[in-house]
Design a protein around this ligand. Structure first.
Ligand SMILES: Nc1ncnc2c1ncn2[C@@H]1O[C@H](COP(=O)(O)OP(=O)(O)OP(=O)(O)O)[C@@H](O)[C@H]1O
Length: 578
């Protein structure tokens, strides 16, 4: 998942920047002839490695024998090739009144910093040759492979790769690798070298052993296993609660939030970020389950809170090209706890719903799950009242050529939704009102127009679509026809003017989106933020740009507040040691 524009990449860059600053400070004080710090295991989470090398910008390498037959072991983007996606999240104290800092000021700050001196690594190369230490070497294909430096000649190094081949590379562009003893460490800050291949190699090693969680200081990195990994459930909740388990886990993050809330009497936030499909929503649900287990009481509130997931996913999730259950909205869930640490309420804020999905779909994608669930699972009496047809009869659902999701039973999901609505005490009358509005949206999409003149002015076709939509919306057919095909300039001086085909289509879609959005909004606290993930497709909508921007800002927030705090801690301990 570590692609260049992804939030994780931003995090890594900032981490590297932070380490740069520490390294420069370190190097400035250190006599040049000393070897690099290798391998130095930090003694606490605040201790970060003192040496870190920059990633080459214009790397190029050539093989000695001209036959690039080696099988590279580590790829800069191998996380995608390996089939995992990664999301990260951390827990922090809520600081509502902290001044907002622009991420762009920070990046300018970083840009103006001096670059690492080339001679530093040149010195280290000599040490690596002498000690036969491993280095990372980026191959012409962009993949990383480990090896040892055999010799150098001018700016070029001859590297013997672990696969047996030899390669010539510009020596200033090699990266130091960690010793084998550090392979698969729980916490990335334990690595002596935090460059791209070292981090990815460590994560790959853990993932291949079924360890999907790792730490990067106070941040948990979760790699999506895309399968049931059997690392959740009551026994493990108890183990983490009783501190019998200490491996990186989302339970540990939720446990830390709960403990700090109780101990310090301060609200906590768990922020989850990552690209689309990385596993944020699943992770949020697992954190909720842990908190529900800890804070559950006799009132059964925790059960109702967990049921909100089913409701929110029905109305706010859809199948996209990347994720069969992609959130198309952001969610801030605040769980309230009494002074005894028991759950006493919850508040959910929903943010930036992708409304365009109600009217327009890309091929192979679906609209919101609720439409298909309603069509498939509504009891016959309800179907009759709403004059509901099959999903394939509605243009807004059938336009993408995708009506079903493999392994998902929409009718069963509808029954689960109704149960959840009952549990959160939404009365039957309100439920029916919501279903009527959903059916109105479906019928609105079927309304069509007939072009009347050369100027493309239209009139609405008087068919079952307009009749059903107006009846379900509680207005007359004439009112809806006028609203969809004419301008209404002002009440006093009313001039009815026919809309063109494009204008009428836009008006119809805008009404459908408005109805859907309107109806979709449904002591101490722990907030869990889960917004929909970064996406970069061939064609990106305005809404995607907004959500990508929100993701970038969120990542900047995380970097500035988590990494900066770590940096400050390091700087304080460095000053103390001077
Ligand atoms: N911990 C996990 N264990 C098993 N499967 C998982 C886990 N996390 C995620 N998955 C799988 O990955 C899929 C996508 O995860 P999820 O919907 O949480 O991603 P997301 O980051 O919230 O995506 P989006 O930003 O598109 O909403 C899930 O439907 C599930 O199949």
């Amino acid at each position: 998942m570590m692609v260049s524009a992804s939030p994780s990449m931003v995090a890594r860059s900032s981490l590297e920047e932070m380490l740069d600053s520490l390294r420069r400070r370190d190097e400035a004080e250190k006599p040049k002839e000393l070897p690099p710090a290798l391998p130095a295991r930090p003694t606490s989470k605040a201790r970060l490695p003192s040496a870190r090398r920059s990633l080459p910008n214009n790397f190029n390498a050539e093989t000695l024998d001209g036959s690039p037959e080696w099988a590279p072991s580590v790829n800069k983007r191998k996380d995608r090739d390996m089939g995992f996606k990664k999301c990260n999240f951390g827990v922090k104290k809520t600081e509502k009144d902290r001044n907002v800092e622009s991420p762009y000021i920070a990046s300018e700050e970083f840009q103006s910093r001096p670059k690492i001196a080339k001679s530093d690594w040149d010195d280290n190369v000599g040490y690596f040759i002498k000690k036969k230490l491993k280095v990372w070497c980026r191959l012409p294909s962009g993949l990383w492979e480990s090896g040892t430096i055999q010799s150098t000649s001018g700016d070029v190094a001859l590297v013997s790769l672990s696969c047996g081949n030899a390669i010539k590379v510009p020596r200033a562009e090699l990266l130091p690798a960690n010793p084998d003893v550090l392979e698969g460490v729980d916490d990335l800050v334990q690595l002596s070298y935090l460059n791209d291949p070292s981090v990815l190699c460590n994560l790959q090693s853990r993932y291949s052993q079924g360890m999907i969680y790792s730490k990067a200081g106070p941040v948990l990195i979760a790699m999506n296993p895309f399968k049931d990994v059997q690392i959740y459930g009551d026994d493990l909740v108890t183990a983490y609660r009783q501190k019998l388990a200490d491996k990186p886990h989302v339970y540990a993050i939720a446990d830390a939030a709960y403990n700090e809330m109780i101990r310090d009497d301060v609200n906590q936030s768990i922020i989850i970020s990552g690209e689309s499909g990385a596993g944020k929503t699943e992770t949020a649900k697992i954190a909720m389950q842990y908190l529900a287990a800890l804070g559950g009481g006799s009132c059964g509130m925790e059960h109702a809170i967990l049921q909100t997931n089913c409701i929110l996913e029905a109305f706010g999730n859809a199948k996209t090209s990347r994720n069969d259950n992609a959130s198309r909205f952001g969610k801030l869930l605040e769980i309230h706890f009494s002074s005894l640490g028991k759950i006493c309420g919850a508040e959910i804020q929903t943010l930036f719903l992708e409304k365009s999905r109600v009217a327009r779909l890309e091929n192979g994608e679906r609209s919101y799950h609720i439409f298909y669930q309603l069509c498939a699972g509504a009891p016959s009496m309800l179907k009759e009242r709403l004059n509901l047809k099959m999903a394939s009869d509605y243009k807004c659902l059938s336009q993408s050529g995708c009506l079903a999701i493999d392994g998902v039973d929409d009718a069963r999901k509808f029954h689960m939704l109704v149960e959840a609505l009952d549990i959160v005490r939404i009365c039957k009358e309100d439920q029916e009102q919501v279903f009527s509005m959903l059916a109105a949206v479906l019928w609105l999409g079927n309304i069509s127009f007939q072009v009347m003149d050369d100027e493309n002015h239209v009139e609405v076709l008087d068919d079952e679509a307009i009749t059903n939509a107006s009846r379900l919306m509680g207005c007359s057919t004439r009112e809806l026809i006028l609203a969809l095909s004419t301008h209404d300039n002002s009440v006093k001086d009313r001039v009815d003017k026919r809309l063109t085909l494009q204008q009428a289509t836009d008006a119809r879609d805008a009404l459908a989106k408005f109805i859907y959005w309107d109806d979709a909004v449904l002591g101490r606290s722990i907030s869990i933020l889960d917004i929909y993930g970064f996406e970069s497709l061939q064609k990106n909508s305005f809404e995607q740009m907004c959500i990508n921007y929100a993701n970038e800002r969120l990542q900047q927030h995380l970097n500035r507040h988590l990494l900066k705090l770590e940096q400050e801690e390091c700087e304080i301990s460095l000053r103390r040691n001077l």
